[in-house]
Design a protein around this ligand. Structure first.
Ligand code: SF4
Ligand code: SF4
Length: 153
């Protein structure tokens, strides 16, 4: 047997090298574990997460014109859009909008198909719910967005 491996074994060289590497990273400034949920991580700019239905900031009314394009574009058929015709303006008025988040694969086809930019997949990634029913978002929840909890020590 060559002398070098025996020397390494007797003097525990590999063990000492391993421990020195471990202890080098004990310095708090070397720690990069994210302290979630106290600190929320930054996601990529184009991350697609929780959907939102946007409102017109001036009128406070929905931007959705109930055209149904998002529902037709969705490969999962998880969006339902219901509407009725306004007898005066003859325009469609949105009466019901639901989005089943549990089946969404966040492909973004719905927001791409929307001509008024009413539906948007936001960078919000906290989508967990306690029930499957809770994953079906109605118009009100889609417009209000999530009730974000701030955590403190
Ligand atoms: S992101 Fe894709 S799967 Fe999800 S609702 Fe939009 S089109 Fe459907
Ligand atoms: S969200 Fe956009 S694509 Fe979907 S029904 Fe409303 S206006 Fe049409």
């Amino acid at each position: 047997m060559a002398l070098a491996p025996i020397f390494r074994k007797i003097f525990l060289v590999d063990l000492i090298k391993g421990l020195s590497l471990t202890f080098r990273y004990q310095d708090p400034k070397e720690i990069y574990t994210e302290q979630y949920p106290l600190e929320r991580p930054q996601v990529a700019e184009r991350y697609r997460g929780l959907p939102r239905l946007k409102m017109n900031p001036e009128t406070g009314k929905t931007l959705c014109i109930a055209c149904d394009l998002c529902a037709k574009a969705c490969p999962e058929n998880l969006i339902t859009v219901e509407s009725e015709r306004d007898p005066v303006t003859k325009r469609k008025v949105l009466t019901k909008y639901t989005f089943d988040l549990s089946r969404c694969m966040f492909c973004g086809l719905c927001e791409e198909s929307c001509s008024t930019d009413a539906i948007e997949l936001t960078p919000d990634y906290e989508v967990a719910q306690y029930s499957r029913d809770g994953m079906v978002l109605d118009q009100k929840r889609l417009e209000e967005g999530p009730d974000r909890k701030e955590y403190k020590r």
